[in-house]
Design a protein around this ligand. Structure first.
Ligand code: ADP
Ligand code: MG
Length: 254
């Protein structure tokens, strides 16, 4: 009979064999909600409602889209998720935490677990690519050596490590978008929120960016993308929320 310690020793040494399937299994078993939204309303100005009673659930590890025509409330919803704005009414749990209860001075705790890709990129044009990404880690007090390692790793992921010391203005539009994505993932977030991340890119680049998100998602990160690009959704959509005039019309799982 094989002794237990021998077995343990065997399994701990054969990492690639035993750990991969069990990690997948754990992910499957622990598939719980990442974002839960209950009856969410948002009014900027009377009498219009930007969001009218949204309820939705996004599971851990999901790769999902929010789509709908311009003005349907996509950006508003994302902004509420990262607490840039507050809803008029409703509840939201992110990773089981009631985000509307987090006081302003502790919002960094919420944002620390998120990677946000803004519609307008929000790169710092007077800073080099490296510093644009490193800034996230500096704010979190990560040691210098570790910052270098992580910035390089995230830039390599978007295949821009050779542009680390350039200024963003010397990069193409698609490259700037990839820098924004590298910045969003550098902190190893649980969720990526992306607002029209391919809005101004041609089809080929848009697909490249989507493949990148897909790869990030495969590592376990929940990805939520707002887009009105039907072509992209047809290709990549697994879970889609259709927004129309502040309401969710239907949810589709392909
Ligand atoms: P989408 O991202 O789907 O285009 P938005 O969330 O930007 O939609 O907008 C939803 C609605 O809220 C629109 O009618 C828009 O005009 C309105 N809205 C968005 N931001 C503001 C704001 N800061 N002040 C007033 N109205 C706003
Ligand atoms: Mg928008």
């Amino acid at each position: 009979m094989v002794h237990v310690s021998v077995l343990l020793d065997f399994y701990s040494k054969s990492k690639t064999y035993i750990i991969e399937p069990s990690e997948k299994l754990i992910l499957l078993l622990r598939k719980t909600a990442m974002i839960e939204v209950y009856n969410l309303w948002k009014q900027y100005q009377r009498p219009n409602w930007a969001l009218s009673g949204i309820s939705m659930k996004i599971e851990k590890g999901d790769f999902c889209f929010i789509t709908g025509p311009s003005g349907s409330g996509k950006t508003t919803l994302l902004k509420i998720f990262y607490r840039e704005i507050l809803p008029t009414q409703g509840q939201i749990l992110i990773d089981q935490r009631n985000i509307l209860r987090i006081p302003d001075h502790k919002i960094y705790i919420l944002r620390r677990m998120m990677g946000i890709v803004f519609q307008d990129f929000r790169l710092l044009f007077h800073k080099k690519v490296f510093d644009n990404i490193a800034i996230v880690l500096r704010i979190l007090g990560v040691p210098k050596k570790e910052i270098r390692r992580r910035v390089f790793y995230s830039l390599r992921m978007v295949n821009l490590h050779n542009k680390m010391w350039e200024y963003p203005k010397h990069l193409s539009y698609g490259e700037q978008q990839r820098v924004a994505i590298a910045r969003a993932v550098v902190n190893n977030p649980k969720i990526i929120l992306a607002d029209e991340p391919t809005g101004n890119l041609d089809t080929e680049l848009a697909f490249e960016i989507m493949n990148l998100f897909k790869r990030i998602n495969k590592k376990g990160t929940t990805v939520l993308i707002c887009t009105h690009d039907r072509e992209l959704i047809r290709h990549y959509g697994e879970k889609i929320f259709f927004l129309y005039r502040g309401k969710i019309l239907r949810k589709e799982s392909l």
